[in-house]
Write a protein that binds this ligand. Sequence first.
Ligand SMILES: Nc1ncnc2c1ncn2[C@@H]1O[C@H](COP(=O)(O)OP(=O)(O)O)[C@@H](O)[C@H]1O
Ligand SMILES: [Mg+2]
Length: 366
Amino acid sequence: MKKYKFQEQIINRSMNGIIACGMDEFIRIINPAAQEMFGYTAAQVVGKKKMKDLMPAGENERIVEALKSERYGGKDRINMIEAVMQSGKGHQIPVRVSATVMSDAGDDNGLLFCVRDLREMRRMEREMADQEKTLHQDKIMSLGKLAASVVHEINNPLSGILNYLRLMAKLLDKGQIVEKQDKFSSFLDIAISEISRCSDILSNLLTFSRKAPISYGPVQVKDLVERCVKISNHKFELQNIQLHVDIEDSIPNILADANQIQQCLINLMFNAMDAIDGPGQVWLTAGFDSGKQQVFIHVKDSGKGISQKVLPHIFEPFFSTKDEGHGVGLGLSTVYGIMRSHGGDIRVADTSEKGTCFVLEFNKLV
Ligand SMILES: Nc1ncnc2c1ncn2[C@@H]1O[C@H](COP(=O)(O)OP(=O)(O)O)[C@@H](O)[C@H]1O
Ligand SMILES: [Mg+2]
C-alpha cells in the first residue's frame, strides 16, 4: 500500500505530463501536469478521450509509426521526439514526447507517454532572436555614423596615392627613373603604405559590419582597442577631439566574442564624442586589476557629464537625451546586454560637469 502511494505521488508530482492509455486507446491516467498543459480535468479525459484527441490531425499516426520503428529509441519505444499536441481550446502545443508500450508477462496492455511542454523554451528562443535583432540594429546605427568619416579617411590617402603615381609617371616620361631612382622608390613606398592603410581601415570596417555568429574565444585587449581606434580615428579628428590610448602591457586575454566587445567600445567612444561640444579629449585605458582578477577598459571623456536625473535611465533601451537622428538610445542597453552575457559588467565610474568615465569589467580571463 505504501509503495503504491509512493508511485502515485511520483506520477502526480511529475513536472512532465504523464498519460497512460489502455489497449482500446482510451486514456486511463492523466497526471495534473498534463491536465494543466491541455486544459482538461481528469474526469473530462479518462475513459472518454484517446491520445489522438489531444493532437492535431496526422500527428498521432506519426507517433504510432515512430513507436513501431526502431529508429527513435528501440522497438516499442520513442525517446524524446518533437511533436505538436493540442489543448482543449485548440491551441497547438510544441512538445517533446517519449513513449513506451507497456506489457505484462509478454502481453501488451497499453501505452505510456511522457510529455514535456516546450512553450517556455520556444519563448526564450524567440527572445534570444529578438536580442540578436536589437544588437544588429545598434550595429547598423554605428556603421552609419562611421561610414561618413571612413569615406574621408579613405579619400585623403587615395588622393595622396594618385599624386604620387602621377609624379612617378612624370619621372618615367622624362626618362629620369635611373637618375632619380631614390625619389621614385620613396614615392612607391608612400603609395604602398597608404594603400595598406586604406585596406586596413576597410577590412576592419567589414569585420565590424559582418553579422557573425557568436563565437567566444581568447581576445587580446590591445588588438581589440587598436582595431576600434583604426575605424574611428578620423571621426575623432573631424570633431577636433584628441584621443589618448594607454593600454597596459601583459594584460591577460579575455574570453569573449571579439566582435561584440568591439561593438561595446565603439558605442562608448561615440557617446564620448557626442558628450563633447567643440574640442576635447577622450582617454581609452585598459589594464588588469590583480586584486579583483579583472581586466578593465575605461572610456573617459571631457564632455558635459550625466545629470543625476538622467543617470538612472541610461541603460534602458530607447532612452536617449539626444535630438532625433542623433541617438535612438540603443547603445548603452546593447553594451549592458553584451557585458552581462559575457559575465562582465559596465558601470559609470565617474561623472561630473568635467566629463564621464565608463568602465567595462571582464571576469572571464584565459
Ligand atoms: N559619455 C557620456 N556623457 C554624457 N552622457 C552620456 C554618455 N554616454 C551616454 N550618455 C547618456 O546616456 C544616454 C543613452 O545613451 P545610449 O544608450 O548610447 O543612446 P544614444 O547615444 O542613442 O542616446 C544618452 O542619450 C546620454 O544622455
Ligand atoms: Mg549612444
